[in-house]
Design a protein around this ligand. Structure first.
Ligand code: GUN
Length: 296
């Protein structure tokens, strides 16, 4: 079997085109363009690329994308003061603090305190405890961008996981945990056809990981370890979603050994060009949603 390649770039382009129209309608109704402000602390090269890509995507969608840059050693108080300022600035609809925060600059950042300080109505990453809680209860205000992108990719590729076994490998707050919760929802609150999956969360301490993965009709890898999901861990005919973006030498590889997996799976996301582009598309979606919430 050779898997269908799920083209995240294409799906993200569709979502962004729809979104640009929605933004134009919103602005035509008399509202200012939605404004997303990213905060970049330090000069991590990968973070700089992400933030630049976000700014570019905003511009194409008609969103006012701003970036605040702070030096790596700015310190907790300066960052907290900036968040407080952005919270009260009525021109700013969405706030995103680019992670990870720098280490090794002589300043230790308390990431939890910083994320908790973002006004939940401007929390377009959906990282705040309030927004995580609302998602847990099946009444999300914002959906976290990467899991939401995966849901969109599945839905727009006519792949339903309702009633199916899904294994999420990885238990991060950004991807693994919310992904599992969204797919297990009862009421479809997280998008069409994505509720009612039977979800397993696997991780580095899971016994017999290969066996657990091999049971899954849909395997979602979000561990950040290059090509750790090998062909023998995949059920023939499964859907394989690869969230990993790992730099190995001068190449980007996912968490899945793609060449092996594509011979076994029915459908698979490539790296790059799979899940990655969808994350930014859903961030733009949340920024418009935030602007609408704040205008109403
Ligand atoms: N760093 C890597 N992914 C993300 C993300 O989705 N949001 C933020 N704020 N930082 C990130």
């Amino acid at each position: 079997m050779t898997a269908v390649i799920l083209d995240g770039k294409q799906v993200a382009a569709e979502i962004r085109a729809d979104l640009a129209k929605e933004v134009a309608d919103f602005v035509a109704g008399g509202a200012p363009p939605p404004c997303l402000t990213a905060v970049l602390v330090g000069e991590d090269p990968a973070s700089q690329v992400y933030v630049r890509n976000k700014a570019r995507a905003c511009e194409k969608a008609g969103i006012d994308g701003r970036t605040h840059r702070l030096p790596a050693d700015a310190g907790q108080d300066e960052l907290m003061a900036l968040i407080a300022e952005l919270n009260t600035d009525t021109n700013v609809n969405g706030i995103l603090v680019q992670l990870p925060l720098p280490t090794g600059s002589g300043v230790d950042y308390d990431e939890r305190e910083i994320l908790d300080a973002i006004d939940p109505l401007k929390d377009v990453d959906a990282f705040s405890p309030v927004n995580v809680g609302l998602l847990m209860q099946g009444r999300p205000r914002f959906l976290p961008c990467t899991p939401h992108g995966i849901v969109q990719l599945l839905g727009r590729s006519n792949l339903s996981v309702a009633g199916k076994k899904v294994c999420v490998v990885g238990r991060s707050d950004i991807v693994g945990k919310p992904m599992a919760m969204m797919l297990a929802q009862k009421n479809g609150s997280c998008g069409p056809d994505v509720a009612n999956a039977t979800v397993t969360i696997a991780h580095s301490r899971t016994e017999n990981l290969a066996e657990v993965c091999r049971e899954a009709d849909c395997l979602i890898a979000a561990v950040g370890r290059p090509e750790m999901i090998t062909g023998d861990m995949i059920k023939p005919g499964a859907i394989v979603i690869d969230v990993g973006i790992n730099r190995v030498g001068d190449k980007l590889v996912g968490d899945v050994a793609f060449d092996q997996a594509k011979e076994i799976a029915a459908a698979i996301t490539p790296v790059p060009g799979g899940v990655g582009p969808l994350t930014i598309a859903m961030l733009l979606h949340n920024t418009l949603a935030a602007a609408k919430l704040q205008s109403g």
